[in-house]
Design a protein around this ligand. Sequence first.
Ligand SMILES: Cc1cc2nc3c(=O)[nH]c(=O)nc-3n(C[C@H](O)[C@H](O)[C@H](O)COP(=O)(O)O)c2cc1C
Length: 325
Amino acid sequence: MTVYSTVDVSPLFAPLAVRGRILRCRVVLPPMVQLRPITSAAGIDWYRARAAGGAGLVIVEATAVNRFGTELHADNLRPLVDAIHEGGALAAIQLFPVTFDFPRTEAPPAPADLSIDDIAGIVDEYQRAAAICVAAGFDGVEPHGAHGYLLNQFFSPGQNERTDLYGGPQVNRERFALQIVQVLRPLRDKGLLLLYRHTPIGNGYGIEDSRIFLEHLVQAGVDILDISPASDKQPGDRAAPFTGIGVPVIAVNHMDEVDRAVEVLHEGRADLIAVGRGLIADPEWPRKVREGRFEEIIHCERCNEGCFGHLKKGIPVVCTEWRDL
Ligand SMILES: Cc1cc2nc3c(=O)[nH]c(=O)nc-3n(C[C@H](O)[C@H](O)[C@H](O)COP(=O)(O)O)c2cc1C
């Protein structure tokens, strides 16, 4: 399929300043596990290509906080950050609270499985991981609070069965995420941007509950809200209710439909758009859109074979649209 656009695409390429950092455009690479180690040549090349293709912000995939300080440290992460910067993008990384394996070898912990000490330990791991990210040169870190994973489960009444300070009323279900943001906050003084990824409608909560939570996250220090609906059936425009909170908001889901992405920005339903599978298919999507080379775009056809399919099998993510496969 060829993508055409008849609209003025310039809103996609307006720079955005966030606390002194300049994103050269409004296109974000959302975090996507791609199953090449992020410190390997292949992993670095994956991100280098997507930064060089014109994205304004590259968010490196979900990475478990317990890997920092041992397997991941400033020296072996720096080449990844440098590759992203050389491509002209800002570099952020998504931080996952517990071990994150594809394919999953064991069931991940649920809120009820964690002791108070376990929670405090994860908060400490976030602090250590983020400090290493600063030392490696990252511009931002993003706790993964979306998609029904642990932090999202803590927030979700339908998945949080705790009866202590971390369960029950919303103020308690927000606590884990807020504690993480609070320990990361001092790193903002070193220039680090704090992002937070959240799913706006989930198990037992809706948009209004999310709005209250996101306001609290912003008060605690979050600089960019990354709103991910978590389902292909939900529109990326779910970001809209949160644009009034006072920080830039990222919308994601099918934003590689150019006219729609422009409309979302134009109507103020988001400040940034993330293109996931579209940037797996074609890392040069931003540049080709900017230059009007729509017929040259390798378009994601939503077959989900090379991306989600490969994730399930535990093999490196590719795109079935690539001609040399
Ligand atoms: C292969 C693959 C891996 C993904 N890994 C992550 C991840 O690590 N963290 C995350 O929050 N979302 C992850 N996602 C979701 C994407 O960030 C994005 O929200 C989703 O693909 C919808 O955007 P799209 O319609 O532009 O593809 C992943 C998606 C794909 C296809």
